[in-house]
Design a protein around this ligand. Structure first.
Ligand code: IMP
Length: 426
């Protein structure tokens, strides 16, 4: 069986967790392939909100295996907190949660390095979640990292010490004021490592391969969004992994010709948290309304998200890089009440009108060109059937489908599992 992918097409926070949860009943295995606890995947069901950071979003379903793939970076302390929350809710994760031996571990000093690096950048800071993501991937590509499989080996603590000592020297080099008590951080870390060791570590690429051979269905769950991809995002204001479809191949060991459907998720408008260019960003009442109605605050950091109109230039680019086969539009309900909606269909760039994403999308280089469409006034949040959706809403969706040339098969009209409407099947 081919592996299906589910990816965010903007700057993250599109609602991937909710849709993975909705899709899980159709899959035997849900597999995270990149990122780490910088992600915050929110699921709402039975009147309760759940936020997952590293654990795949299929964890609340019985009979589904949840795999943390080799491309993910794991902070044992945050992971343990997630497990504790699952335990409180009597989720039996011990038999359904597998971890790749090749996943890298975030050390306490990786988090400190992240903080030191950001502090040293001043105004040019990335706006990182400070979870140690960048430094951990740097150690991975620098071939210095510690992997989950290492903690099964007798000498791993020596390797840990050498790396942590090196990190401390690097922190000193940054010459910024970072207060920390490493002994305390390490006590938590080693305690959490013991919890991690109670889970099932596997050679995940082999597991995925065997699962495919035996006809099991697999959904690869992305984290962050395509515009935060280390190669294709708005560098350097990006995360440190490949958030796009190629990342699923390297982050799980799936061959490119084994990819099936690619579900691309986007919000009916655009948000971004952290620094970096955002051509359609709003600084007016419209942006404020989107933020307030859409509860646009980071699930991991609580930071307010920047809001703006939908940017089809960026979205088209993300569809292309990912090979999206079906689109899922989130948060249409948030736009209820806007008389007119604006959609960016092209950029003015160096005096020319362009429809592709140029190298540099800083404010001084691109000006969005908008098409205006009629808004809708109806409250969508109680709707459960496509037939209930107002005509103006359908016109907006159809306009986007034509511009992107990809079907929008599902629209989400609220955070709950139930607020998910299938528009069409393909
Ligand atoms: P880092 O990956 O924590 O270093 O953060 C790098 C950039 O990606 C920052 O602008 C973060 O705000 C952003 N970022 C990281 N993870 C997420 C996410 O899950 N949702 C939205 N933005 C994210």
């Amino acid at each position: 069986m081919a592996v299906d992918l589910l990816l965010g097409l903007q700057w993250g926070d599109e609602g991937k967790g909710k849709i993975v949860d909705v899709f899980t009943s159709k899959y035997d295995i849900i597999a995270r392939f990149q990122g780490g606890p910088n992600a915050g995947h929110t699921l709402v069901f039975n009147g309760r909100k759940h936020v997952l950071h590293t654990i795949p979003s299929g964890i609340f379903h019985d009979n589904t295996v949840n795999l943390v793939g080799n491309g993910v970076v794991i902070d044992p302390v945050i992971f343990k907190k997630e497990l504790d929350k699952l335990e409180e809710q009597n989720v039996d994760y011990k038999t359904s949660l597998y971890i790749s031996r090749k996943a890298h571990i975030i050390l306490p000093t990786h988090r400190l390095l992240d903080a030191a690096s950001e502090a040293s950048k001043g105004k040019a800071k990335i706006g990182s979640t400070l979870k140690g993501i960048g430094p951990t991937y740097m150690d991975k590509t620098g071939r210095n990292g510690i992997r989950v499989g290492d903690i099964e080996l007798a000498d791993w603590k020596e390797k840990y010490r050498a790396l942590a000592d090196k990190h401390e020297a690097m922190i000193d080099f940054y010459n910024v004021d970072i207060q920390y008590d490493l002994k305390e951080l390490e006590a938590d870390f080693f305690n959490a490592i013991e919890t991690l060791k109670t889970l099932k570590f596997i050679d995940s690429e082999e597991y995925v391969h065997q699962a495919q051979q035996s006809g099991k269905t697999i959904l690869a769950e992305g984290a962050q969004g395509s515009l935060l991809d280390i190669d294709f995002g708005t560098y350097p204001f990006v995360t440190s992994s490949n958030t796009t479809a190629a990342g699923a191949c390297t982050g799980l060991g799936v061959a490119p010709n084994q990819i099936g459907d690619v579900f691309g998720i986007f919000k009916a408008y655009t948000t971004r948290v952290g620094s970096g260019p955002f051509p359609t960003e709003l600084f007016d009442e419209d942006g404020e309304t989107m933020g307030r109605v859409g509860h646009e605050f980071g699930a991991t950091t609580g930071r307010p998200r920047r809001c703006g109109w939908l940017d089809l230039v960026a979205l088209r680019y993300a569809c292309q890089v990912n090979g999206v086969t079906q689109l899922i539009m989130m948060k249409g309900d948030v736009l209820s009440g806007f008389k007119t909606l604006k959609v960016c269909t092209a950029y003015k760039y160096k005096g020319e009108t362009i429809t592709h994403l140029p190298y540099n999308i800083e404010e001084e280089n691109v000006t969005p060109i908008y098409t205006e469409v009629k808004g809708w006034s109806e409250d969508l949040t109680g709707m459960t059937e496509a037939s209930q959706l107002p005509e103006t809403f359908n016109d907006y969706v159809t306009f986007l489908e034509k511009e992107l040339n990809i079907p929008i098969t599902i629209v989400s009209v609220g955070p709950d599992r139930k607020q998910t409407i299938v528009r069409k099947t393909v």
